[in-house]
Every structure is written in structure tokens, then in C-alpha cells.
Ligand binder design. Structure first.
Ligand code: SF4
Ligand code: FES
Length: 252
């Protein structure tokens, strides 16, 4: 398959999205809802590019659109730059106080928005937290709730989740920093989702190192089925100080 991107000829042996191709060629395309470890989503539209094929020209999201034979792709036309700015302003209007988002959008030359700023700290369109919880962790403790402007990401009925394991994957992927994971003593609190979890204390050094639910989940995994109980009672550091065989021997 042959294509042209920003005037450069390319030959592809395998299927890939325009964004993947651009990354390989060190061509920078801004993204917000895209995450390499998650399924393409195509919601924020920050990654739009111009595509020309069979005499037809269109704009499309590079994170979801696959390269096709004979495509001519442009990633930085004046029209694209202007459109991305409008999109960036819309995103900024959703979470105007987010320092993390401000920093990201500054690179696109957007420091303020003409749109009515909302008092949210979540851009919503990205859905990264929801997707990470479902696709990466395989749990789905959070989802979109409400309608229209009132839509937000939350646990069912906005109450302390009984399925969240407190891994913090949602906080890690969030582009606005809306989700914070606070550890205090023996508790982990995920404020955004009003969820509190118990932390496990290392039997050797006394550090609180993981949530109880994360440990329970680990124990249930096939890979860890032959591990002795002691393995799950120790933090990473204390485990490293021991011979790995010790954890396996006990159960055999
Ligand atoms: S909380 Fe963060 S990750 Fe979740 S939808 Fe909002 S901005 Fe995206
Ligand atoms: S990064 Fe492609 S649509 Fe959001």
C-alpha cells in the first residue's frame, strides 16, 4: 500500500492508522482522547488531518482513520491549525482551571477560550478514565451518567464503588488531572468517585503498599495461583529482598 504524507512517499506493509504512521515518521499530531493502550475512540477531534483520495478532499480524525492506498495526507494546513484551535478552545471551556490541560493546549497556541467556560474539571469527550477502567483493568467501575451538559463520569448512583479496586488507572490517563488518588494512613481515597479503599500493610516493613482489593485480584490470577500467601503480604521492596523461589516452595 502506497501513500503520501506531508509530501513524503511511504509504503506500508501492514494496516495502521494515520496517527500511527505519523508517529513512526516523527510527524507530530496533537491528541487528547487517544491512548496507545486503548481502543481508538475518535471523540475529541484534536487529531484531525486532511485526506485526499480519488479527487475528494476531507478532514478526518487520524487516530481512527486507517491509511488507504493512494491517500494523500496533510497534517498541518492552515485550515487544520485553525480548526484545531477552535476544538482546543471548546475543550478548554469544559475544564478552564485544569493546569494540565492548559499546558497541553498552550502548545497549540490556545491560552484562553471564547466559549462560555463551565465549572467542570473534566473535558468529558475523552472518556479515557472510563475506557481505561473497562479495557485495561477489565472492571468498568465508572461510566458516563446524566444527559447533555449534565453528563459526567461517575460510579453507578454516585456512591462509593464496591467494584473499584483502587488501581488509579483512571487518574493516570486523565488529561486534566481531575481524578486524584489520595493515600492517607491505611486508606486510599478517590475523591472524584467518592470511593474509599482499605490499604494493605506490608508484614515486614509496615508500609501501606496496595489496596486490599488489588491484592485479592492478584491472588485470583492464574499466574499467581502457585504463590505462597507470604508473597501477597509483602510490599515490592520486601519481596525483592527475598529469594523468589521461597514464595513458590512453601505451597509445593
Ligand atoms: S475525568 Fe479525566 S479521563 Fe475521565 S472523561 Fe474527564 S477528563 Fe477524561
Ligand atoms: S485524539 Fe483523535 S479524536 Fe481524540
Amino acid at each position: 500500500m502506497k501513500a503520501i504524507i506531508n509530501g513524503r512517499d511511504v509504503e506500508l506493509k501492514t494496516e495502521k492508522t494515520i496517527l500511527e504512521l505519523a508517529e513512526e515518521m516523527d510527524i507530530e499530531i496533537p491528541t487528547l482522547c487517544h491512548h496507545g493502550g486503548l481502543e481508538p475512540y475518535g471523540a475529541c477531534r484534536l487529531c484531525i488531518v486532511e485526506i485526499e483520495k480519488n479527487g475528494r478532499r476531507e478532514l478526518d480524525t487520524s487516530c481512527t482513520r486507517y491509511v488507504e492506498d493512494g491517500m494523500k495526507i496533510r497534517t498541518e494546513t492552515e485550515e487544520i491549525i485553525e480548526k484545531r484551535k477552535v476544538i482546543a478552545e471548546l475543550l478548554l471551556a469544559r475544564a478552564p482551571e485544569s493546569k494540565k490541560l492548559q499546558k497541553k493546549l498552550e502548545d497549540l497556541g490556545v491560552t484562553e477560550t471564547e466559549f462560555t467556560a463551565r465549572d467542570y474539571d473534566c473535558v468529558l469527550y475523552c472518556g479515557k478514565c472510563v475506557r481505561a477502567c473497562k479495557e485495561e483493568v477489565g472492571i468498568g467501575a465508572i461510566n458516563f451518567v446524566g444527559r447533555g451538559y449534565e453528563t459526567e463520569v461517575d460510579t453507578p448512583f454516585s456512591i462509593d464503588s464496591d467494584v473499584c479496586i483502587g488501581c488509579g488507572a483512571c487518574a493516570e490517563v486523565c488529561p486534566t488531572g481531575a481524578i486524584e488518588v489520595d493515600d492517607e494512613g491505611s486508606t486510599r481515597y478517590i475523591r472524584y468517585f467518592n470511593t474509599t479503599l482499605e490499604l494493605k500493610e506490608c508484614r515486614e516493613c509496615g508500609d501501606f503498599f496496595s489496596t486490599e482489593r488489588m491484592i485479592e485480584r492478584l491472588k485470583a490470577e492464574e499466574e499467581f495461583s502457585s504463590f505462597a500467601e507470604e508473597y501477597f503480604d509483602l510490599c515490592e521492596k520486601c519481596r525483592r529482598n527475598k529469594e523468589m523461589s521461597k514464595f513458590l516452595e512453601v505451597k509445593q
